[in-house]
Design a protein around this ligand. Structure first.
Ligand code: CTP
Ligand code: MG
Length: 382
């Protein structure tokens, strides 16, 4: 049974002041509506997304939202929020979703967790709404105190069983307006559950809210730079080629190892895992496991890359030094950089490959093995 989201963004944004309508104004470089729509499109439990756009602004919205991960349904909004939601409900009716979440396009900081909670709450009620208590003392304009303990601030997404909210909307007198969709659910006698809202999910309403949103987006996007290191050595054995940094290089020997013995990629994998504080290559790919016998080492590095992506981390720079007398690395350096960049899906200018000999000293100098040292600079969410 599917779940749909309706994002209402058809308002005039009068309180936000003149200029570009607020839903199209950038916050941290991205239009507010694009931020909001992306969160719903990326949510695995949302199957359909409908955007309710302002009169005559469909093409503008389509252009703005063309690269999102789900196909979007569009509905033209009305004069009031209630009318706009009504249009959205009509647009998604052919999908016959079981649940629908209705969200303000002007709340671009909604967290995926709030969306999930709203969807889950609907297993036990007709309508679910994130709500927050009031912190400030409340007075009427003539100074009389108001007991705030019985009051709650409503947020969105407000979730509903689609059939019930669609029927409640159909029964509304033409032109009637309501504060929000929970008000309509209440008058239709639906069973409503409130769950904890989130202060971060504020509605961008006034120019001051835009200043706040800008700061919020900056701290939201803040990353710290971390560094991990990796080191690996493989002994030589009889053979005719070695694999270094993903490139096969002819040699008068090969490297001994459980996998393809690519010291370069092993050191880089450990450096990336180190930057994520996620253990080392042996934890993820135990040498005792026969399935890694002769395995190409790019799968180890790709695994570290995917782990980084799951944590929202970006690999900013890889620097690897190969330590050996032979084979000559110089002629293959660029190919190695390109291969590492390809595995990590980053630009080649973010990959450095260096080589050094040890002037004949020590085991590498005597040609008993090849070593590699690597560092990974990674940007991680704060
Ligand atoms: N909304 C809508 N259709 C309307 C009015 C409002 O889709 N006729 C949407 C807004 O675009 C917004 C949400 O409902 O995402 C909440 O409304 P609000 O914050 O009041 O936005 P605006 O009505 O655009 O702003 P204002 O009231 O300041 O004019
Ligand atoms: Mg309004």
């Amino acid at each position: 049974m599917s779940t749909a989201a309706i994002i209402v963004a058809a308002g005039k944004g009068l309180r936000a002041g003149a200029g570009t309508p607020k839903q199209f104004r950038p916050i941290g470089g991205t239009a507010m509506l694009a931020r909001t729509a992306q969160i719903f499109c990326d949510h695995p439990e949302i199957h359909h997304v409908c955007i309710v756009y302002p009169l005559g602004q469909r093409t503008r919205c389509e252009t703005l939202l063309s690269s999102l991960s789900k196909e979007i349904l569009y509905a033209e909004g009305g004069d009031t929020r209630t009318a706009s939601v009504g249009e959205g409900l009509a647009a998604i009716a052919p999908m016959a979703p079981r649940k629908v979440l209705i969200h303000d396009g002007a709340r671009p900081f909604v967290q995926a967790g709030q969306i999930s909670r709203c969807i889950d709450a609907l297993d036990n009620c007709d309508a679910a709404c994130p709500a927050l208590p009031l912190a400030d003392a409340l007075k009427t304009k003539d100074g009389a105190s108001v007991n705030r303990s019985q009051l709650l601030r409503m947020q969105t997404p407000q979730g509903f069983l689609f059939k019930k909210i669609a029927a409640a909307y159909q029964a509304l007198p033409v032109g009637s307006t309501h504060d929000d969709d929970i008000a309509i659910a209440k008058s239709a006698g639906m069973h409503i559950v409130f769950f904890d809202g989130d202060e971060a999910n504020f509605k961008v309403t006034t120019p001051a809210d835009f200043d706040h949103a800008e700061l919020f987006a900056q701290s939201h996007n803040a990353m710290i730079s971390v560094t991990g290191q990796g080191y690996d050595v493989h002994r030589i054995q009889a053979g005719a080629a070695v694999t270094l940094c993903g490139i096969e290089v002819p040699a008068s020997f090969s490297l001994k190892g459980h996998s393809d013995a690519d010291v370069g990629l092993h050191a880089i994998t450990d450096a990336v895992l180190g930057a994520l504080a996620a253990g080392d290559i042996g934890d993820h790919f135990p040498p005792s496991d026969p399935q890694w016998k002769g395995a190409p080492s790019d799968i180890f590095l790709a695994h570290a890359r995917d782990l980084a992506a799951q944590l929202g981390a970006q690999i900013a720079l890889i620097d690897v030094t190969l330590i050996c007398e032979r084979p000559k690395i110089g002629p293959r350096r660029n190919a190695m950089r390109a291969r590492i960049a390809e595995i990590l899906r980053i630009n080649k200018n973010r990959v450095s490959v260096k080589a050094t000999t040890t002037e004949g000293l020590g085991p590498m100098g005597r040609g008993e093995g090849i070593a590699a040292l690597a560092s990974a600079t990674v940007l991680r969410p704060l």
